[in-house]
Design a protein around this ligand. Structure first.
Ligand code: HEC
Length: 161
């Protein structure tokens, strides 16, 4: 498709319009209609980290002298628990984009979006009950955490100075 064709131009305009609306809520005099409770650190500790653990712990291989044990969700309830954690993680990406958690309107948003996209892939893997796929996207989720931490977590950014 040619880049200057009308449908593409319309697609470009739509995010700009919605970004403008967000700025009106966040920057104007009118109070925002939502009430953030946890700052980034507490959101990581209470919501993001525990739910990522549910996904990472759900598929693994334990090798001992007695033999090899393949851990993976098996019952309907176990698959639902993994799916629920993936949904919580995906929606947490949206929470990270909200005022006052977002650190900027550019790179931060991309990192939060990466968490949403990889978590959405985990939702699909859980719905398909595909443990191999879940294992792979678990790695992608881990990468998305690291990408943001390398850029925004002070303990890491200071260590790199
Ligand atoms: C969009 C950016 C972003 C993403 C994505 C992100 N984090 Fe974080 N995370 C941060 C920032 C910023 C801090 C430092 C918060 C502070 O200390 O104020 C942090 C801190 C943490 C901490 C340390 C909290 C403490 O006790 O000091 C943990 C654990 C953590 N994140 C886990 C995760 C996991 C797991 C993921 C992925 C599933 C993730 N984070 C994804 C930005 C992000």
């Amino acid at each position: 498709m040619r880049l200057d064709s009308p449908p593409v131009r319309i697609l470009f305009l739509m995010p700009l319009v919605s970004a403008g609306a967000v700025c009106c809520w966040g920057c104007g005099a009118a109070p925002v209609p939502f009430k953030p409770i946890a700052d980034n650190k507490l959101l990581m500790q209470s919501v993001i980290d525990p739910n990522a653990d549910v996904i990472w712990e759900s598929v693994k291989t334990i090798i001992t002298a007695q033999g090899t044990e393949e851990i993976r969700p098996r019952t309907e309830d176990e698959w639902t628990a993994v799916r629920n954690s993936a949904i919580t993680l995906a929606e947490s990406g949206n929470l990270l984009m909200m005022v006052p958690r977002a650190k900027d309107g550019d790179e931060w948003m991309k990192r939060a979006q990466e968490l949403i996209d990889t978590s959405q892939a985990a939702i699909r893997a859980a719905e398909a009950k595909n443990a191999d796929r879940l294992f792979t996207v678990g790695g992608d989720i881990y990468e998305s955490c690291s990408h943001c931490h390398q850029r925004y977590m002070e303990a890491i950014t200071n260590a790199n100075k």
